[in-house]
Design a protein around this ligand. Structure first.
Ligand code: F6R
Length: 366
């Protein structure tokens, strides 16, 4: 059942090229310059005329929502707010019939997300679901939706659900961008082409597994870890930190790279590993200067960079390369090494990778 892998988590990490492909197959029609998604097509006016999109989710799905915020605003120019479902449902939010609410949930059973949907519906919003489990409560409660085709995710720590959620949300953003004319034809086509390369590029990213295992060996006993990313990779930093704390029980925090100097920099000394996502697009130079600041305080730097990187390689203690892609699609690649790093560290610490203590696969009580 684990298909030759030692753990479901590792199997699911390796399933990502396939899961991403399955998620866009039949929807992304590059030769026709078309994105076909029934749930969107049937309600296109709701999306195009929306005053804003509100995204609600929990945990890893919330991180996918943050990535989606960047993509929707960047490509489709629609204002987006991302909220923890638990906060949204209790804070008396302003919701109107001009709002579209997107609920993201792997299990489709998360109690807070379900309650947020009910609240939004009561207030007249159009509610769209991005779920993995077919026929789940959230899938049934929403007005329309699009499934991620990740296949069953058994490991409690979410991996392929995250990347397939980003895939679905990217497709939606692209479809709306095309509809609204907010991207040029050329930009739109290059997105479709690049999205089609992602499964192959994830395969390439997975080839760093052995190198990542060696890095894990060095840092497995660290009590703390800091994750930094900027722009599209800020949510990836949050997700990297969540993955590490969930399965290895190491205290980890994710921050937008520029926020470092507003506090977390005080934590940096020779015993602090800092994982920095420093791909070549989107404020690369600024991230490089963050890396210099960490280095001058003797922090240990593990950098995720674009293939062929020169500058960061000179500064970092370890570099992990991922293939080049469009900035908006980098989260699909940069997430991979962070999943593997957490996996190996947890394993070396003797943790139960697939069933971490105190956690459940679906959180059906608030
Ligand atoms: C993280 C994790 C949790 C879930 C969260 C939401 O690895 O598993 O943070 O992401 O409980 O679950 P869903 O997506 O099922 O609503």
């Amino acid at each position: 059942e684990k298909g030759g892998y030692d753990h479901f988590m590792l199997k699911e990490i390796y399933e990502q090229p396939r899961a991403i492909l399955d998620t866009y197959r039949g929807r992304l029609l590059a030769d026709q310059k078309l994105i076909k998604m029934a749930g969107i097509d049937e309600h296109l006016d709701k999306f195009v005329n929306a005053n804003r999109i509100i995204i609600v989710a929990c945990g890893t799905s919330w991180h996918a929502g943050l990535v989606a915020e960047y993509i929707f605003e960047d490509l489709a120019r629609i204002p987006v707010e991302v909220e923890y479902a638990s906060e949204f449902r209790y804070r008396n939010p302003v919701i109107t019939d001009k709002d579209v609410l997107i609920a993201i949930s792997q299990s489709g059973e998360t109690a807070d997300t379900l309650a947020a949907i009910k609240l939004a519906k009561e207030n007249g919003a159009f509610v769209f679901g991005v779920c993995n489990v077919v026929g789940s409560s959230i899938a049934r409660e929403t007005n329309a939706g699009a499934y991620t085709h990740a296949g069953p995710e058994i490991g409690v720590a979410s991996t392929k659900a995250f990347t397939t959620q980003i895939t679905v949300l990217s497709l939606i953003a692209l479809k709306l961008a095309q509809e609204k004319g907010s991207l040029t034809d050329e930009q739109f086509t290059s997105f479709l082409t690049e999205l089609e390369y992602i499964p192959t590029k994830v395969e390439v990213a997975l080839q760093s597994n052995d190198a990542i295992e060696k890095i894990a060996e060095v840092y497995k006993d660290s009590p703390n870890c800091l994750y930094l990313g900027r722009g599209y990779n800020f949510p990836v930093a949050l997700e990297g930190a969540l993955k590490l704390k969930e399965i290895s029980y190491i205290h980890a925090e994710g921050y937008p790279a520029a926020e470092m100097k507003h506090g977390p920099i005080a934590l940096i000394d020779e015993s602090m590993p800092v994982i920095v996502i420093a791909t070549n697009k989107g404020h690369y130079e600024k991230v490089v200067s963050n890396i210099q600041e960490i280095k001058s305080r003797k922090g240990k730097i593990i950098a995720v960079v674009t293939e062929g990187d020169v500058q960061v390689k000179e500064l970092a203690d370890h570099v992990i390369e991922v293939p080049e892609t469009l900035e908006a699609l980098t989260p699909l690649l940069t997430t991979i090494p962070l999943q593997l790093l957490s996996y190996h560290i947890a394993l070396m610490r003797g943790c139960n990778v697939d069933q971490p203590r105190n956690l459940a696969k679906s959180v059906t009580v608030e």
